[in-house]
Design a protein around this ligand. Structure first.
Ligand code: ATP
Length: 445
């Protein structure tokens, strides 16, 4: 089994992620997050928000609508490729205009076999050329014939840029500053796959950071954000050897620099986040299409200009998948006995701790453990388990990434102490019940 299969099987078995519309045979490219998945994903988004918005003086957040005026997508260039037949690489999923690969005459006459061509980037197999657009169409209004055709947003970026002026006039931000957003995006991916890696509905977490249109200064910010984003993944426990930057050699015509943050998914480096220097493209295009002034007036220098944008654009689902992969271990304990353990950072773990009574049939133990559990769950997601033997309960918590298990036993009734068992080291120590709260809090710093 490869790592994708292992993770998808664990995800389904333990309630992290299920196939979307499962009982109807599944809807390709859609995924539903179960009781544990929703916690993990929410923790990732909360950590993102905390680092990128809460802890910073130069970033504010917004939450824009998923459905936007179709004009937005004309301005952003997302509708332009409508009539171009494209081919996609089945391996690296890069897309190319078919006429850059196949001779135009042959292409028009459909006189070619696609198997004679390969992906220019990785030599992978190509899909047949198709005229398509990744934007998911939708219609607003109730009267047939008068409905407005529009799109579910293909990226969350544009919701930020169209609000640039609103944020400027309604808050006290000054350049350089950023606007962050987390939310759903939709793409009609031709080849969804790799579990949640390439979905048709997914979530993004993004920062659009506006800077003076000065090449040197803007590149400093580019380098700064590139490093900040790397540090963020490391701070949540991702292993350094599994992260790398990949430079884009082919840049969009307006872009000044672009890197991907890649994750080593079982030996295959995959894009997890993009760091892009987008020049003044977004704001100037919206100015052109909306006929609204999108410039910034610099009070200090008394200049008016269109800011440049440094974008960090990560996928919440990809981060969730890669945090799961990174935390996944199969460890031989003794004599061929293997435990599966998710060594998730406590900040990301769905449950921060579990509380057990040693025996379910001893009311005094159950009552004492319940008291601890009821108190802790006011502040954190805490698991409760009283079934089966204690070893099995530890294994279950290991597999879902719970970092600590507190067990109430007969000694608890004598001296108000419990055992705390560490997921990663499997060691146990005794602490006072009164120390449990601070114990957990310290692990979440
Ligand atoms: P790819 O080359 O893999 O299609 P992209 O370069 O088109 O990705 P961007 O448009 O830069 O991706 O989007 C930013 C981030 O959004 C990506 O780094 C990824 O984490 C996430 N993302 C993009 N498309 C998908 C998708 N179909 N499913 C899940 N996440 C996605």
């Amino acid at each position: 089994m490869d790592i994708f299969e292992k993770i998808s099987s664990l995800a389904k078995r333990r309630g992290f992620i299920y196939q979307g519309s499962d009982i109807y045979g599944g809807l390709a490219g859609t995924w539903d997050y179960g009781p544990l998945g929703v916690e993990l994903k929410r923790n990732i988004k909360n950590e993102y928000w905390k680092t990128m918005v809460q802890m910073r003086d130069d970033v504010v957040g917004i939450d824009a609508a998923i459905i936007m005026s179709p004009k937005v997508w004309e301005a952003s260039g997302h509708l332009e490729s409508f009539s171009d037949p494209l081919v996609e690489c089945k391996k690296c999923h890069h897309r190319f205009r078919a006429d850059t690969i196949i001779d135009e005459v042959k292409l028009k006459a459909k006189d070619f076999s696609i198997t004679d061509y390969a992906c220019p980037d990785c030599s992978g197999e190509l899909t047949e050329p198709k005229t398509f657009n990744l934007m998911v169409e939708t219609y607003l209004g109730v009267v047939e014939g008068e409905k407005l055709k529009t799109y579910l947003r293909g990226e969350i970026t544009q919701g930020v840029h169209v609000n640039f002026k609103n944020v400027l006039s309604s808050s006290r931000v000054k350049l350089p500053f950023g606007i962050a957003q987390v939310g759903k995006a939709f793409r009609n991916e031709i080849t969804p796959g790799g579990f949640t890696f390439r979905s048709r509905e997914f979530e993004q977490m993004e920062l659009q950071f506006y800077v003076k249109p000065n090449d040197e200064e803007s590149m400093k910010w580019f380098e700064y954000w590139k490093e900040e984003r790397r540090k963020w993944y490391l701070s949540l426990g991702m292993r350094e050897e599994n992260l790398q930057f990949k430079k884009h050699n082919q840049l969009a015509h307006y872009a000044k620099a672009a890197y991907d943050v890649e994750y080593n998914a079982g030996g295959d480096w995959k894009e997890m986040e993009g760091i892009h220097h987008r020049g003044t493209w977004d704001l100037s295009r919206h100015e052109q299409f909306s006929k609204q002034d999108m410039t910034y007036f610099d009070e200090e220098s008394k200049e008016r200009y269109t800011p440049m944008v440094i974008e960090t654009s990560g996928g919440v689902d990809r981060a969730t998948l890669f945090f799961l992969m990174d935390a996944y271990y199969e460890e031989e304990i003794k004599d061929g006995d293997v435990r599966t353990v998710l060594k998730l950072h406590p900040k990301l773990a769905p449950y921060k701790a579990a509380v057990f009574p040693l025996l379910a049939n001893k009311p005094e133990l159950v009552e004492k453990a319940r008291g601890i559990y009821d108190k802790l769950k006011c502040d954190w997601m805490i698991a409760w388990d009283e079934r089966g033997n204690i070893g099995k309960r530890y294994r279950t918590q290991d597999e879902i990434g719970t970092p600590y298990c507190f067990t109430v036993d007969f000694e608890t009734l004598e001296n108000d102490t419990v055992t705390v068992r560490n997921r990663d080291t499997m060691t146990q120590e005794r602490i006072k019940i009164s120390e449990i709260y601070d114990f957990i809090k310290n692990k979440l710093q």
